[in-house]
Write a protein that binds this ligand. Structure first.
Ligand code: NAG
Ligand code: NAG
Ligand code: NAG
Ligand code: NAG
Ligand code: NAG
Ligand code: NAG
Ligand code: NAG
Ligand code: NAG
Ligand code: NAG
Length: 592
């Protein structure tokens, strides 16, 4: 009897033990118990949410480094990070993420230095867990002591509430929600370069606005004072079906975007951007860097050869003067930058903004030690912005009316004229020109052959045909009937008609006159001399020669209205091209 009781009791104990083991195994994925840790050396281990939508673990740093470094991050299925400890603090392969018995979560590197701490020691934290919305929570019983949703880094995911006291950060950039419902992007916590208010139809004072991203892709602000949420933006794929995560992220380029990622894909697609013109992001090209566009992308470069990249491997790090103004042995002069402005987002003191014409704007700055650079808006406002020595962020675009000036230690050395960006075009153009020449000449000879054929066909029975061979007849045709001068004229006209600049091409009437020999044909410019736009004697002579033909030459702006240092001494005809090249050479830069 006693034995039986004993056995059944041990059975019961065994069953109870197995049951509890099974239960703890099922919940192990969710709950992280104190004392456990993750190692950077073993990136395959991670703490996952119950249905594996999100997991917390080490991922390789982006961009990759050598030796490899790691970031402890919460990632969406497929490996898309949406939160990280210490906003992306990197550790070596000896790094660990520890959930200590004291209830704090800590990132420690290989030499034992604490790089980040949740600071929840002695707050009674007994458990940690990550849920299926991507929130990492530290709890005392059922009370949330700390959560990753309340301590965002650079991203917001659906279900996460972003309130006035919170901030997204990426490098020097930050994103904030203001109490009145405005959304702002800031550089260095002061320069607001994007500020979007609520729809003007929302006419209430908000009490505690909350920004949220709905899982279907709508970014909106809710507030107790609002009857319905105020919509800020729609993701371009909003409400599209599929297992998709949409999230808001402040990029290292200072832009705020909505991205979407299909579950398991590990890839992200941009769906909305706050700043549509990337070059408008303050400081995108670093201090004294100038942002402009190649065909598609924003590129960073320096203003002239009086400057050099701070980091030749990363043009976004900005530029510096080769010779500082204070060390300048020669005279300090102004570098003139056409179609360029220095971004002048507030705060600007009133004394830094005044009314002045272009040359006054330039001269005032040159004469003042408190001024380092200036921008004349030339947009009809007559405003001149004076920039004190400090961070300068430039934007260059051929369509921009503003002119800017910056002090450099003379003499001004413009950027080299050749640039990778235009080299391809030049080749293309040369190829096109050659194709045209070959086709025209082939057509001429084809026509002659055809005429010869006709002549042979109709005249072979005539007596004059005699014993001459067809070949000889053709030669005769070329030697006698077709004037070599005429062929030469045709070829010369061809060269005129394939001028790259439409304004250099003659009118149809003129073409006929030239072909018929009524008008004397001037020597067309050597395509190469014009293409390369050298300011050499040849191309100047050429431009002089063709000026009677070109009406554009008279209307072309005078050289002085272009960057004087670059164009001085070049005839108006080539100045247009040089401006183009100045544009291109501004973006001459190292890899992005
Ligand atoms: C760990 O971090 C400390 C402090 O930042 C640093 O001095 C040390 O070099 C780091 N060790 C490794 C192995 O990265
Ligand atoms: C934790 O406390 C330390 C020291 O006060 C502080 O430097 C650190 O920023 C805090 N960490 C967090 C995540 O708030
Ligand atoms: C943890 O929670 C319990 C119950 O809510 C509370 O009594 C206790 O003071 C908390 N511990 C700390 C350290 O806050
Ligand atoms: C995971 O759980 C979340 C929250 O319950 C749910 O929205 C999502 O659809 C689930 N995903 C899968 C693949 O089960
Ligand atoms: C976000 O705010 C809503 C409404 O105030 C609330 O119901 C929800 O629990 C909050 N979510 C989190 C993760 O705090
Ligand atoms: C809010 O944003 C609007 C632009 O949408 C701007 O005109 C207004 O000045 C901003 N308000 C504040 C207080 O920044
Ligand atoms: C502002 O809200 C009104 C009414 O909700 C809407 O018709 C209008 O399109 C909104 N304007 C903007 C710029 O979103
Ligand atoms: C918002 O607050 C300001 C100042 O407190 C007040 O003058 C204004 O009338 C309020 N607007 C509304 C719509 O309540
Ligand atoms: C524009 O610049 C980007 C980044 O530097 C580069 O990847 C791209 O190939 C460039 N495009 C052209 C047309 O030059």
């Amino acid at each position: 009897m006693a034995l039986q009781t004993h056995i059944s009791l041990s059975h019961l104990l065994l069953i109870a033990f197995l049951l509890s083991a099974a239960v703890s195994a099922a919940s192990a994925a969710t709950t992280i118990s104190p004392g456990s840790s993750l190692s950077a050396a073993n990136p395959n281990t991670a703490w996952s949410s119950p249905n594996d939508t999100f997991s917390l673990g080490f991922i390789s740093s982006d961009p990759p480094t050598s030796p490899p470094s790691y970031v402890a991050a919460i990632s969406y299925s497929g490996g898309v990070p949406v939160w990280s400890t210490g906003a992306g603090k990197v550790v070596d392969s000896g790094g660990t993420l520890q959930f200590l018995q004291s209830g704090t979560l800590r990132l420690v590197n290989g030499s034992g230095a604490t790089l980040w701490d949740s600071n929840t020691t002695s707050r009674g934290v007994s458990s940690a867990e990550i849920d299926d919305s991507g929130n990492l929570v530290l709890r005392n019983g059922t009370v949330t002591v700390w959560s990753s949703f309340d301590n965002p880094t650079d991203s917001i995911v659906p279900g996460q509430n972003f309130t006035v006291s919170k901030v997204l950060r990426s490098g020097l950039y930050s994103f904030k929600l203001v109490k009145n419902g405005n959304l702002t992007l800031l550089w260095n916590d002061i320069n607001v370069y994007w500020n979007q208010g609520l729809n003007s139809s929302v006419n209430t004072n908000l009490s505690s606005p909350t920004l949220g991203l709905r899982s279907i892709g709508i970014l909106s602000i809710s507030d107790p004072q609002l009857s319905t949420d105020a919509i800020v933006a729609y993701s371009s794929d909003y409400a599209e079906a599929g297992d998709i995560l949409r999230f808001l992220k402040l990029g290292s380029d200072g832009n705020l975007r909505i991205y979407s990622s299909t579950r398991g894909s590990g890839t992200v697609t941009e769906r909305w951007a706050a700043v549509t013109d990337q070059c408008e992001v303050f400081g995108y090209c670093g201090d004294m860097g100038v942002c402009s566009y190649n065909d598609s992308d924003p590129v960073c470069g320096c203003m002239s050869l009086n400057f050099e990249l701070v980091d030749p491997k990363d043009s976004r790090k900005g530029c510096k003067r080769k010779m500082e103004i204070k060390d300048c042995p020669q005279s300090v002069t102004m570098l003139d930058l056409e179609h360029t402005r220095f971004l002048t987002y507030p705060p600007e003191t009133e004394s830094q903004i005044f009314f002045a014409g272009i040359s006054a704007c330039r001269l005032n700055c040159l004469g003042s030690s408190a001024c380092d650079a200036s921008t004349s808006l030339s947009d009809g406002t007559g405003l001149c912005y004076s920039k004190t020595p400090g961070f300068l962020s430039g934007y260059h675009s051929p369509a921009m009316s503003s002119s800017s000036y910056i002090k450099v230690c003379g003499p001004v050395v413009p950027n080299p004229s050749s640039s990778l960006g235009t080299a391809g075009n030049k080749k293309d153009w040369k190829l096109r020109a050659w194709i045209v020449v070959v086709v025209v000449i082939a057509t001429l000879f084809g026509l002659m052959a055809f005429e010869g054929g006709l002549w042979w066909w109709f005249c072979r029975n005539s007596r004059s045909f005699g014993g001459l061979s067809a070949q000889y007849a053709l030669l005769e045709l070329v030697d006698q009937d077709v004037d070599m001068d005429q062929v030469k004229r045709a070829i010369q006209v061809t060269f005129w008609c394939i001028q790259e600049q439409p304004s250099h091409r003659p009118m149809m009437g003129k073409v006929v006159q030239m072909l018929e020999g009524i008008t004397e044909i001037e020597n067309p410019p050597d395509p190469r001399a014009v293409i390369e736009g050298s300011a050499s004697g040849t191309s100047m002579t050429v431009s002089g020669n063709i000026s009677p033909l070109s009406t554009a030459a008279d209307s072309a702006p005078a050289p002085s209205s272009f960057s004087s240092f670059q164009i001085s001494g070049v005839s108006p005809l080539t100045s247009g091209r040089n401006t183009e090249k100045a544009t291109a050479s501004l973006i001459q830069s190292g890899p992005n």
